[in-house]
Design a protein around this ligand. Structure first.
Ligand code: 5RP
Length: 234
């Protein structure tokens, strides 16, 4: 592994360690998806095994469900426990005002449902994910029959959609909900709230990877330390 990759993995792990200190006995915990969330799930499993921590997890994907089972985390559902105490998740990009782009792992719909049900959403990233303003392509989960119609509407909004291709099968990625993912380049997103509202009116868009005003804290790992960004309360 190159040094560049190496420090990012260490930074993610260090940030996860800090964030996990927020988890208390008796809590319902939302379990995010992706490589950083996977570190968090494994670490939570270790705390359960070593400290006897008593928590229930709600997974945001098949990835996090299987990893939680393997890590000894007891699971529940949002229907049994609609209020989550704390969720820990990764992100593809984080702006200085703590808006997020998520969906690199195609789990954005379940992530948004579960993360938004959490009283506190802790995001864990390495510092390469921090940006002054959002400009990462926005993943959108699309109902398959609406691929062409919704793509056309997205282009009319100035976006350049690309159907995400699978690495483990031929053809497009199929999400945990049996839908497609398109990654849409909108350039610099000056008004993410406005874009989100417009995308939400397009029939066939199941969910967007814009996670606005949701994160409570962002744990950012760099080469030497971890710092925490918090939403400023005006
Ligand atoms: C999955 C996600 C992930 O949290 C996001 O892609 C970050 O992943 P990683 O921690 O592997 O960089 O949104 O849908």
């Amino acid at each position: 592994m190159s040094f560049e990759k190496d420090w990012r993995e260490d930074a993610k792990r260090a940030a996860v360690e800090q964030a996990l200190k927020r988890i208390r006995d008796g809590q319902i915990v939302g379990l995010g998806s992706g490589s950083t969330a996977a570190y968090a799930i494994r670490e939570l499993g270790k705390r359960i095994a070593t400290e006897g921590l008593n928590v229930l997890g709600i997974p945001t994907s098949y990835q996090s469900m299987f990893l939680a089972i393997e890590s000894g985390i007891r699971l529940t559902t949002l229907n049994e426990n609609p209020e989550i105490d704390i969720a820990i998740d990764g992100a593809d990009q984080v702006s200085r005002d703590l808006n997020l782009i998520k969906g690199g792992g195609a789990a954005l719909t379940r992530e948004k449902i579960i993360d938004s049900a959490a009283k506190d959403l802790l995001i864990v990233v390495d510092e390469t994910k921090i940006a002054a303003i959002l400009d990462h392509p926005v993943p959108l989960e699309i109902f398959p029959i609406a691929l062409q119609t919704s793509s056309k509407r997205i282009q009319q909004l100035g976006g350049k959609p690309i159907l995400r291709q699978s690495l483990g099968k031929v053809g497009p990625v199929i999400t945990d909900n049996n839908n497609f993912i398109i990654d849409v380049d909108f350039g610099v997103i000056k008004e993410p709230g406005n874009l989100e509202n417009k995308l939400k009116t397009i029939p066939g868009i199941v969910e967007t990877g814009l996670f606005l005003d949701m994160a409570t804290e962002v744990y950012v790992g760099n080469k030497t330390t971890v710092h925490v960004l918090r939403k400023s309360i005006i």
